[in-house]
Ligand binder design. Structure first.
Ligand SMILES: *Cc1c(COP(=O)(O)O)cnc(C)c1O
Length: 435
């Protein structure tokens, strides 16, 4: 499998090139040169397969001939080592829980797979890899834990001091070994600016083998297709044979793009819902056919505060830049913080289930779609992208008290924070990295 740039389908690279240089020079994004179709025998047998078996079958099709089967199997088994259960909550509303990994957010799938894939390609190289990443919270934790103790890779994470939640900060700052956290006296935007400057700095790039780990990397999208297949598998195992509607809480739209790829591979999905907070450029596009990027606005679901989603160019590519084609398969809805909070309240009062603020938006999106198009013979599934314990400040006291902290969170509380304080100053970052 080769990968082309969305800006030039003739410029193709290997998997190895696509993962270490995630941004093509023409500023497009990499996509697989074709989307392999699964046969009906495989689709019809989904209900009998385990998550790891499904993940291996899908990755083999998507990466085929780039990695030996046996090695790929080991990478998949190691990366996908926690479940993603589908749970029935209401008539026609299932939740797909993607937060059972080490950082308690769905980004674990992408980060763990990317880390292992990179380590495989680095094996016979002399130069160590330096991953540099800025985080507003969730990405950093997933990358830190996904790359922890992975050989030949050093990870440096910049996070804004005082602006990530306590659980998120612990995830970044308590690992040690090959993971270093830099606590920057500034905002997330400052962190991002520093990282960008580092990638443009000639001297730094000559000395260090620098790479990023953000969601534009194609190796993060590939493992995200696995859980869409596994969700349908679980419905089939429950004898729910209906086509599926997925509602995806979206920011940079990597998660939704992975779902679209799964559908193109033959997964029986009848519709997608692009659920966003008030950063609603994509729902607007689906309505009007016009895409207008805005500066991002701050919300309670802050991992989705994105004004110019990076994966939108992949979505355009999948639909030949045709807005009508895209809106035939995807509906978009956006919700504000007030609606987010009432959805959390409603779900708690009715089902005693606690939604994280991002997940609440996916739930609202599914409900809105089913209200607009009633009488669907389809199973509605909304994706839960993070565990509520990562966002304790969002909840009223009575709900907050009921949050059950999983073992991953319990283990963190005993660990000591270790972070390097850093001024918002590129010279300081550079000399830190050089030493
Ligand atoms: C990153 C993130 C999202 C958004 O995912 P995209 O793939 O960027 O659309 C949603 N929810 C949570 C909890 C996240 O961390």
């Amino acid at each position: 499998m080769k990968f082309y740039s969305t800006n030039n389908k003739n410029s193709k690279v290997s998997l190895e090139q696509a993962i270490f240089h995630s941004l093509p020079e023409d500023n497009g994004l990499y996509m697989p040169e074709f989307i392999p179709k699964c046969d009906n025998i495989f689709i019809n047998s989904l209900g009998t397969l385990s998550f790891q078996e499904i993940a291996y079958e899908i990755s083999k099709r998507l990466l085929h001939d780039e990695i030996e089967d046996e090695i790929l199997k080991n990478i998949v088994d190691d990366a996908v080592n926690f479940p993603a259960p589908v749970i029935a909550l209401e008539k026609n509303a299932y939740v797909l829980e993607l937060f059972h990994g080490p950082s308690m957010a769905f980004k674990d799938f992408g980060a763990r797979f990317m880390g292992r894939l990179m380590a495989y390609f680095l094996k016979n190289k002399k130069k160590k890899l330096n991953i540099l990443v800025a985080t507003s919270g969730d990405t950093g934790g997933a990358v830190a834990m996904g790359f922890y103790d992975v050989p030949d890779i050093r990870v440096t994470i910049l996070y804004p001091s005082g602006k990530v939640s306590p659980v998120q900060e612990k995830q970044l700052t308590t690992l040690g070994k090959n993971i270093t956290a830099l606590e920057v006296d500034g905002t997330f935007d400052d962190c991002q600016r520093l990282v960008k400057q580092a990638f443009l700095d000639k001297e730094l790039n000559e000395q260090l083998n620098l790479s990023s780990a953000n969601s534009i990397n194609i190796s993060r999208l590939i493992p995200q297709t696995f859980y869409y297949f596994n969700a349908v598998a679980q419905l089939r195992a429950k004898s729910d044979e209906r086509p599926v509607i997925f509602s995806v809480p979206s920011g940079n739209f990597g998660n939704l793009t992975a779902g679209l790829i799964a559908q193109r591979m033959g997964l029986p999905v009848s519709h997608f819902v692009a659920s966003t907070n008030i950063n609603d450029e994509v729902p607007q596009y689906l309505q009007s056919g016009k895409f207008i990027a805005y500066p991002s606005k701050h919300t309670l679901s802050n991992a989705m505060d994105v004004g110019n989603p990076s994966n939108f160019s992949r979505m355009l590519d999948l639909f030949d830049r045709d807005a009508d084609k895209m809106s035939a398969l995807i509906s978009g809805y956006s919700f504000d913080d007030k609606e987010t909070l009432s959805a959390i309240r409603e779900m708690f009062d009715q089902n005693n289930y606690i939604l994280c603020p991002h997940t609440a938006i996916a739930y609202l999106g599914l409900k809105e779609y089913l209200k607009e198009y009633p009488g669907q013979n389809a199973a509605g599934v909304f994706l839960s992208t993070a565990h509520p314990c990562k966002f304790p400040d969002v909840y009223d006291e009575d709900i907050k008290k009921q949050i059950v902290y999983p073992s991953q969170a319990g283990e963190l509380s005993d660990k000591k924070k270790s972070a390097v304080l850093m001024d918002n100053d590129f010279g300081k970052l550079k000399s830190f990295l050089m030493n």
